[in-house]
Design a protein. Structure first.
Length: 286
């Protein structure tokens, strides 16, 4: 008898399970590699308007150049001619027009945390702030990136973006990078509890961590942040009975008192009421 040939399936193996992820024949899409020339030149490849932290140039505190993708956009009209257009709204371009050092301003973390939240940047830069030392005023553009001197007494003043106010440089609040907020100039950040505390000029330890150490030594834990529940205040000479007060469950009977006007009982049969009629001291009898 002639031998039967067995058909061999040489095609790609596919899974019998349902679902798009189970199809092994479909290759995965490769990730797009970044342009090495743009990385060397420090250019951004934004598809938006560069008005947020997502822009590579804005993140470094730099302006967008001609090699950035946000400036190399072309549109064609109905006749087929190409026209170049830009949609870049980098906030640091506005700072350069006012003569502000953008690289130095980009190192200020308090500035970088609030610059992208301002809608009208030009109007904000032209605001004037009065100095407490003299009757003089300084514009905000003169306080960026560093302190500005008073034109009368030559004292240095700094601007806090968290407080939106000017401070003397030696008393200006310091911006905590971990808390992302300006704190008092005498505060320090504790790495143990990850909070800022008042350190003063002395090398005092963190009070929160010091309290935890004392609790571990004594073996008692007390949460000071959670207040204790207050007890409901009730009048001493009153009861809230729903019955006839003829048992020890009545608060007045337990203390040897007579039910009064403030009691909630109905049809009261308090036995101490009879004792009072005979002139007997209820407190002593109780």
């Amino acid at each position: 008898m002639a031998s039967k040939r067995v058909a061999v399936d040489t095609g790609p193996k596919t899974s019998t399970k349902a679902g798009p992820a189970s199809d092994l024949s479909v290759p995965k899409p490769k990730r797009k590699r970044p342009n090495q020339l743009q990385l060397m030149l420090g250019c951004c490849s934004c598809k938006g308007d560069c008005s947020s932290r997502l822009c590579g140039c804005s993140k470094k505190g730099d302006i967008c150049g001609y090699n950035c993708k946000c400036n190399n956009i072309y549109s064609s009209d109905r006749y087929g001619s190409r026209k170049s257009q830009t949609r870049c709204k980098n906030l640091f371009n506005t700072l350069v027009q006012y003569g502000i050092d953008t690289r130095a301003a980009g190192k200020d973390k308090c500035f970088m945390g609030h610059i992208f939240k301002i809608e009208d940047l030009r109007g904000h830069l032209e605001q004037t702030y009065k100095l407490n030392c003299c009757e003089s005023s300084v514009q905000l553009k003169d306080l960026i990136p560093g302190p500005a001197k008073c034109p009368v007494c030559q004292s240095e003043w700094s601007y806090s973006w968290c407080y939106n106010d000017v401070w003397e440089t030696h008393r200006a609040p310091r911006h905590c990078a971990k808390c992302r907020q300006c704190k008092a100039y005498r505060n320090d950040h504790c790495a143990g509890c990850n909070k800022c505390y008042f350190k003063d000029w002395s090398e005092r330890p963190c009070p929160t961590c010091e309290l935890d150490r004392k609790q571990k030594r004594t073996g008692k834990s007390q949460d000071l942040s959670v207040p204790k529940p207050k007890r409901k205040k009730t009048s001493r000479a009153s009861c809230s009975c729903k019955g006839d007060c003829n048992s020890r469950r009545c608060g007045c009977s337990r203390k040897g008192l007579v039910c009064g006007e403030h009691c909630k009982c109905t049809g009261c049969k308090n036995p101490f009421t009879t004792l009072v009629e005979y002139g007997i001291d209820c407190r002593a009898a109780a």
